[in-house]
Write a protein that binds this ligand. Sequence first.
Ligand code: ZN
Length: 306
Amino acid sequence: MNGEFRRYLEALGEQWEDHLKRHLDEDELIGYVRGELEAGDVERLQSHLVRCEACAAALADVADFFEPLREGEEPIRERVLRREWKSFWQRVRAEERATVRADVPVWFRPRALFALAASLLVIVGFLGLWTWHLRREIQQLARQAQSERTRRAELERENRRLQERSDVTKREYESRLSELESQLAQLREPQWNIPVYDVLSRELLLRSGSASVVNHIAVSPTARSFSLVLNAEDQPKYPTYAIEIVDREGHVRWRAAGLHRDRHGNFTLTLSRAFLSPGRYRLILSGQRGGRFQKIAEYVVSLSYL
Ligand SMILES: [Zn+2]
């Protein structure tokens, strides 16, 4: 009952009467606290309690004492348990103090245990950090391994490419080799009736008043090679001679030195059809004495293959 309500009831003054005309007894107070009274009795008790400080104080004591009983027997047991627990805990603390005083291993003292726990925490933290570090290293290694795999795959591709190219080159080389071998075999075969063409020098043709200074040579289709007889009967004599074949562009296509005349005083030159393509060529004859060459005749040939 709070003070405000008490003041309200007091304010009713003379209109309000205490029907009890006496103090409350213990049974009434207990009954009230336990909620066992009838509504009319409760009203009467309350009207007295509002006015009587002594009964209000007694009610407070009863309420304080009996309150836990409202829930039956359990609260009593709980109270006992609490008391037991309190004494147990006091015994534990007493023993702890005794333990600290005695010379027991330092690791069993609470402070040491706390330090140990703190160390364990640090270790756990360190393990976490270490795990994190290891994980990072593993990730890094995985990345390295991946790049190594990529590099290896690239090298393998490059190797395959080179191998393929090498195979192609080898096949080309073998094909070319067999072609050359067949050509060589063909050249080794005997040839008969090789066409022979007489070629007159430009100077001789000019002297003889010929219409052309060009020797037209048309090689027959069956001839693999043909011979040119360079007429040199009236040319000055040298110990040895040199001949060069020059094309229309002025490039020397072939040259030979240290040559001698044949028994008729001429030069016989046998050419393969494959060696010179159709076209106009100049064959320049030089006399060689010591280290010096002297041009002595020029033969102009227009070559065609039938
Ligand atoms: Zn009273």
